[in-house]
Design a protein around this ligand. Structure first.
Ligand code: ADP
Length: 776
């Protein structure tokens, strides 16, 4: 009973009852018995939708009630806002909630007064690196989706960050929430924690496989589920669910497939909609079109009007929220999603269909099966407590043999054990530098001792492997002037400190510094490039795989003909940051290679650093992908409209945002690096950064910086003769109103933000002689 909880604030039982929670679910009760409200460490490995959030809340609220401060670590930014909204319910009881995700260089001083802080693991890592003083005040840390320590890219950050937080405060209560995994006890050992390992669910879940005209369920029963002429299996399941008044979540393996499936399934759903539903969906479709003016937006709106939607990481946040809300409100009857949705966003549905159980995997060179853990997480979204009598999760088989295969592979299988991915060079490169720079280790032996506190160390008997990689990484960091090593003592250089604070992969920093130096030397003349392999292979790669670009460049070029840093083009800078490991480059699709080779031929003089030889397949290919990415950024910064960019590069609007934000961050970092190593390129870099931030040409930089203006309105104002912020402040209202197409509210807003003394548009009529010829 919620009345009998030890250690929680006194208002909590009533609050929970108001939310319809009278009793704890069994795993929650186990967590309380294990002391989660009394400061004990805990690992809870329980199925999706079984009430993990409440366990986290119990831990954090009781810690805060004892005068402490709690941190909730989320794996995805999208989840941060969802959790923030959850926790903000506690503000009525005087608690302060803060959320921090972007902007990796600050120490977030404003978070010092918050009782509960929500942040991604990268953000927490950067706060530690920037010595945020309040980090030491933390008394409780909760990690959501801790099984992601298994993720090669992001897992190591979570692992090292937890180790650091626990080192800073040995009494820190650590609570880790996980999906059901094969080795939860290993996580508990690592974190010195009690363990709740349960497969209890609040609502029954039946797993099964569909084939032919039947749904084969795990209890051995079969349900007739017939596929009509020309109908796909997924459509048949969606139709069957609708006839029973339920909704379906369909997982597919790519964005394109999600969009295509949603378009088709709208045809299945449409006949089942009532007039009232149709009208409401039409309104939501309009809202979707209002979010952005792109093909993705149109496709989504069309699907939603028919009661179906797609959901993937290429959607903008506005789109995602509209889709999730409409699905929760049962207006949208089917959502086709890529697996990102399974990880967290709370969208349960009556049935889940896992249509694709293989997905393209670059490292496997083709299609590879999904992990059991992932498939079980998707399946766990089936069944809505209180709404559906039970949930069903269905895999799709295309042959009789596949029915058996899918039962073995997924339905009856246990999830894989989670394994640390820390002992890999890219991860250690970053984390070793940061660990030394922020004083967690001052010697090689101290470093190894610190790494002993990671999951990796607790999972391996073979210390030798870690030591070997550590030594390779130390050599690399020393050679690139990030670290000094003196008789086993480690010290970060000033450059090393900067890199760590900027949250850059040291390899990105080396690439940027080398590229800028190379430009200053006037080194990257095109004759040195693609033609002759000898130039770039001046030194064979060292055994460790770490050859610094500066070593190559120094050997290859000896021109002393300095170039003016102000002449560096935006494209050159976009290319420079696009080729660092911190930017996800765009892939080259078929036909792209020729196109970007031509582009390279034409614009090679603008690039910083020598082009790798075509004989170095991997590096040359990377160079071209970086060029494609840089061209996207350049298009954005020359006001090419969003729809054209999404089409030209085969990306969604959310991808453009992602690339733009990364470029902004990396260019900001490049500015700091340039000043750190006395390179005089700050002006060119800052201009390229501001242009990409606002998506405008040079002449609009000032105007677009006014809040509420943005790229399109800036261009219209400019066309109407208002060329900067000062002119906007003193502009004639009829002109402004005409340039903003008669939108009074917008015009008032913009004028106010520009500092106009009297922004009111009452009685003002748009000037007749102002014409602007841009689409809205
Ligand atoms: P998870 O994080 O494990 O995926 P959630 O914490 O989001 O799952 O919980 C799923 C739903 O169950 C939420 O809507 C939550 O309000 C509800 N819930 C949690 N605990 C209880 C409980 N003890 N009694 C009733 N409902 C609960």
């Amino acid at each position: 009973d919620v009345a009998d909880l030890p250690g929680v604030p006194e208002w909590l039982p009533d609050h929970l009852r108001d939310d319809g929670i009278e009793e704890l679910y069994p795993p929650q009760a186990e967590a309380v018995e294990a002391g989660v409200t009394e400061g004990e460490n805990l690992v809870a490995s329980i199925p999706t939708a079984s009430g993990k959030t409440l366990i986290a809340e119990l831990a954090m609220l009781s810690s805060v009630a004892r005068g402490g401060k709690a941190l909730y670590i989320v794996p995805l930014r999208a989840l941060a806002s969802e959790k923030q909204a959850d926790f903000e319910e506690f503000e009525q009881y005087g608690l302060d909630i803060g959320v921090s995700t972007g902007n990796y260089e600050s120490e977030g001083g404003w978070l010092a007064d918050k009782d509960i802080v929500v942040a991604t693991s990268e953000k927490v890592d950067s706060l530690v690196r920037n010595d945020a003083p309040w980090i030491e005040d933390l008394t409780c840390v909760v990690t959501d989706e801790v099984h992601l320590v298994d993720d090669g890219e992001r897992g190591p950050t979570l692992e090292v960050t937890l180790a650091k937080l626990r080192r800073l405060n040995p009494d820190l209560q650590t609570v880790a929430l996980s999906a059901t995994i094969g080795n939860a006890e290993a996580l508990a050992t690592w974190l010195d924690a009690g363990l709740v390992d349960s497969d209890w669910r609040p609502i029954d879940l039946q797993k099964g496989v569909h084939y032919g005209q039947a749904l084969h369920l795990e209890d051995g029963s079969q349900q007739r589920l017939s596929v009509q002429n020309n109908e796909k299996q997924t459509a048949a399941i969606v139709r069957d669910t609708l006839e029973d008044d339920g909704s379906t979540l369909v997982f597919v393996n790519s964005r394109r497939n999600a969009e295509a499936a949603a378009g088709r399934l709208a045809n299945t759903v449409r006949p089942h909609l009532t007039d009232e539903e149709r009208a409401q969906l039409a309104n939501i479709a309009e809202e979707i079109r209002d979010v952005s003016d792109t093909e993705t937006s149109d496709d989504l709106a069309d699907a939603v009007a028919g009661g179906a939607a797609f959901h993937h990481a290429g959607l903008s946040r506005g789109h995602r929220e509209l889709v999730e809300d409409a699905f929760r409100d049962r207006l949208v009857k089917v959502v086709c999603a890529t697996p990102t949705l399974a990880a967290g966003v709370n969208t349960p549905s009556r049935r889940v269909v896992v249509r694709d159980w293989r997905r393209y995997d670059g490292s496997a060179g083709g299609m590879a099966p999904l992990s059991v853990l992932e498939v079980h997480q998707m399946m766990g979204r089936a069944g809505r407590p209180g709404l559906d009598p039970y949930g069903e999760a269905v895999l799709i088989a295309s042959s009789h043999d596949e029915v058996d295969e899918l039962f073995e592979r997924y339905v009856w299988a246990d999830p894989e054990p989670v394994r640390s991915k820390l002992a890999a060079e890219p991860a250690l490169r970053t984390h070793i530098l940061a660990t030394v720079a922020s004083g967690f280790a001052r010697s090689r032996s101290g470093l190894l001792e610190f790494l002993e506190q990671t999951l990796y160390a607790s999972q391996t008997d073979e210390g030798g492997q870690l030591e070997r990689v550590v030594d390779d990484v130390l050599t690399y960091l020393q050679r690139n002037d990030f670290l000094e090593i003196d008789d086993g003592e480690l010290d970060a250089t000033s450059l090393g400190h900067t890199v760590s604070r900027l949250y850059l992969d040291p390899m990105s920093a080396a690439e940027i510094v080398d590229g800028l130096r190379d430009w200053e030397r006037g080194a990257s003349d095109s004759t040195s490039a693609s033609g002759s392999p000898a130039d770039t292979q001046a030194e064979p790669p060292a055994d460790s795989g770490f050859t610094t670009a500066s070593e190559l460049a120094e050997d290859a070029h000896e021109s002393d003909d300095d170039r003016d840093p102000d002449d560096i083009s935006a494209l050159g800078l976009y290319h420079l940051v696009s080729r660092t490991p911190d930017m996800y480059q765009l892939y080259l699709r078929s036909g792209d290679r020729e196109e970007y080779e031509m582009e390279l031929f034409e614009r090679e003089q603008e690039l910083l650093g020598p082009t790798p030889s075509e004989f170095e397949e991997g590096r040359f290919e990377d160079w071209l992908s970086a060029l494609k990415t840089a061209r996207l950024l350049e298009d954005w910064a020359t006001e090419v409209d969003e729809a054209t960019i999404t089409e030209r590069y085969g990306v969604g609007p959310g991808d453009i945002r992602g690339k733009v934000e990364t470029a902004q961050w990396l260019l900001g970092a490049a500015e700091s690096l340039a000043s750190e190593v006395d390179l005089d390129a700050a002006r060119a870099i800052s201009e390229a950064r501001i242009r990409v931030e606002h998506g405008v040409r040079e002449e609009l930089v000032d105007l677009a910086g006014v809040r509420g203006v943005g790229r399109k309105r800036a261009r219209r104002l400019f066309q109407a003769g208002i060329t900067d912020r000062a002119e906007l402040r003193d502009a004639e209202k009829p002109v402004v109103l005409a340039a903003l197409r008669g939108r009074r509210k917008t015009a008032e807003n913009v004028l106010e933000n520009a500092g106009h003394r009297d922004p009111s548009m009452e009685g003002v009529e748009p000037a007749a002689d102002v014409s602007v010829d841009l689409d809205d």
